[in-house]
Structure formats: structure tokens, C-alpha cells
Design a protein. Sequence first.
Length: 500
Amino acid sequence: MEDETKEYLEAFKKGNIEKNKLISTEALLNILEDLQSAQRQLKESERKYRLITENTSDYIFLTDLSLRIIYSSPSCSRMGYASEDLVGKSIADFMAPKDANRFSVLAAAYASERAGKPDIGRSEGRHKEFACMFTSKDKGWRVLDSAMILLSEDDGKGNAVMITARDVTEKRHAEKILKTTEEKYKTLYQSSRDAIMILEPPTWRFTAGNKATISMFRVKDEKEFTSKTLWQYSPKTQPDGKPSDIKAKSMIMKAAKEGVNFFEWTHQRANGNDFPATVLFTRIKLEDKDALQATVRDITAQKQAENMIKESEEKYRSLVETSPDCIKLFDTRKKIVFMNQGGFREHRLKNLEEAKKFDVIGSLIREDKKKMLDALDEALKGKTSTIVVRHNPKESVRKACLETLSPVRDANGRIYGVFGVSRDISSQKKVEQELSHYKNHLEELVKEKTRELEKQNIELVRSSIDLAETKKELEDKNIELQNALESFKKELKKSEREER
């Protein structure tokens, strides 16, 4: 009976049923039962696919071979479109021109295949995937990853096109940002003046190094650099005497456990030369695995500068401590925070603790206290002052000092104190006083001599007047004598004439 039913169905499908051929009732019931079962399966399948279609987040379109939309999934509402906004219109109208052309060319190939024309459709393939720009109603242009599939009937010829698309706009934007970020960090990595390298477990060998690393360790390339470990780029022991391999592993384990580790290290270049460096280990993730990024900075110049500063500090410390001058440092409250040995001796102090309690202003005589306070204020404003101050004998072994007060600035130029140097000028002041006394004495002598000279001058003037008067008298008498002589001569001549 089963064979009879199959034979009848095959003949029915082919249209070869004889008009007068009858089948048994049982066979007919089997046929009806099979049809009902197939119908139920079809409805269930339709229900499942409808649920998938209506609930998927992807966009699904059914179009005819001219790309006119005959169905759009409810998910299209996320682009602002209702079904009536799309159905009946060409899907190409919603695409960027370049993408619309690609879809149209493929649809034309499908239509040609359907019409039985040269098989240009198969050369394109019945399934095509590409990205396209699709305009939404309220969000502008969106980037869609789409797939175009030719749907076929039983004859194998396509009669409709299904287009599935997924909005990847945010994804592409994120990928672009990620790519830009990766390029930026790659540029930073390669252009960094610090040596940056990667160490990976379990051997903790180097697996990467930037250009600065290659240059720093004097190796040919990254491949040569990554052939060794951290401790193989180090002398046998570190400055503290510990073996480099043991200490290096300890530093690596600390960074792996705590996430970061910063320390000083003595490295060794490929040519055997040692150099001091700082190393910063940072734990990072590489392909979901823990690794370490090492940032190494050559501090040779820094160490040399530190040594020079240390030598300079020792030199100037020696000069300060051995100076006979009182050298001190005031804070912004005008309190002493440092004083040298010369200052201890001047003010009869034993140590710095006593110096910090010492009242410099109070050690001065009353007339010079304001002068000192004003000079300190000027120094805190950035001006250097030089003044002469005098101490009370109980507070200082020096009677007078030449005080120079200068501002002290930090690296940012901010004034944080006053540097004072006090030089003993007591003997100088004594000499100045003696010179002043001698000067005054000389001035008195000069005044006395001047008075004597003025008196003598008056007497001389008087004598000059007397001489002048005597001279006048003599001149008058001389005139009288000359007149008498002339008269005598005349009388004499007259007598001589008379005698003749």
C-alpha cells in the first residue's frame, strides 16, 4: 500500500495520472495525512522564521529583481522607517550612489539569469557580501555590512532578492578610533627617547624593543636584542653586590605581583660598557595574558651631574663651615633654620638647635633693629640689601657687622628664605672712630691756626696801613724838598747873574 501511495504521488507531481486509474481509500488517506503533516511543518517553519525575522536586530529586506522592496523587517524602525516608508520603493534610493550602483549591477545579473540570458549572474555568484552607506531617517548616513542573496524557486531560477544588513557605524567608528590610537601609541613607542621593551612569561625574555632600545644597548636589530634576558644585559653583580640574575628575577616578580616596580639598575651594552639606568616595570595585558612593559632611561648624564653637585656641595659646605663670617639662613617667618660654625662662635652658641632659638633681631642695639627687619622684608620681596648693624655685647663677641641679606629661590623662582652673611667690622669701626677723632682733632688745629693767621693778618693789614701813611708823609716831604731845591737853584742862578 505504501508503494502504491508513493507511485501515485510521483505520477501526480509529473502530471501522468491516468484518468481512469483509481487508488484505494487507504492510499488516499495516507496521502491526505502526509499533506497535513507537511502543512503543519510548513506552518511551524514559517512561525519560527517569522519570529526570527521580526525579532532580529539586523535589517532584512525582500526585493524583486529590480530591487523594489516588497518586505522590510520591523528592526528598520531603528533607522526611523516604518514599513510603508520602504515597501514599494527601490532600496537603491536609500544608498550612496556608488553602493546603489553595485547593488543594481548585481540585481541586473540576477534578472538576466532569470530571463535565461547569458550566464552573467553566475559569474557574480548568488551570494554577495559588501559594506554600503545607507541613509537613515533620523541619524544620517549609516555604515551597513550587507549580504545580498538570490532566492530561487523550484526550477532553480531566482525570483527575488533577500538583503540582510547589520549596522556597524559605531563599530567602524570605534575601529577607526582604535586604529588611530594604535598608530599614535605605535608612533610614541617608536619615537620615544626612552628604551621601551616587552617581557613575557614564563621565561621573562624580551619579546620586543623600540628603536631607542636598539640604540641604547648597541645591538644590530630587535631580533638580536630579544635573544637575551634582562640579566644578560647586566654586569654579573649590581652596585649593592647582589648577583644581577637573582636580583633581576626578584624585580620582575615584584612587578608581576604588584603591577608596577621602579628602581635603579646598572645595565650593560652589547659592547660590554656598563651604564646606570632607571627601570620602570608596568604590568600590561597582551592577548589576555599578563606581560611586563619595561621603560629604561639612561641616567649617565644625571649621575655625572649628581656627582658634580655632590662635590660642589661638599666644597661649598666646607667653605661655609670654615668661614669666619656668620652665615645663616632665615625662613619666610624670619626664623633661623641654619647657621655655620662662624655664627656659633660669634653668638656663643653650641649647636644648630640653640641657633634656631636665637633671636637675631633681639641681639642688636635698639637703633639697628628696624634697619635689620626692613632689610629682611626687602630680601623676601626679592631685593638684596647690605647694612651695618651693631650688637649688644652680651649677645655677640662682635660689636659691629656688615650684614648682606639676599633672597633664596626654589627651582620655580619662588622665594622660600633669606641668605645672610655677617662680616665682623669691629676693628674697622675702631679705626674709623680713631680716624674720625684724629680728623676732628686736625679740624680743631686747623681752626686754631686759622684764627691765629686771621689775627696776624689783621696786624699785617694794620701795619700796611701805617706804612702807607708813613710813605705818604715821606712822599709829601720829598716834594717839599724838591720844591725847596728848585727854589734854591733859582736863587743861586739869580745871585750869579747879579755878581756879573
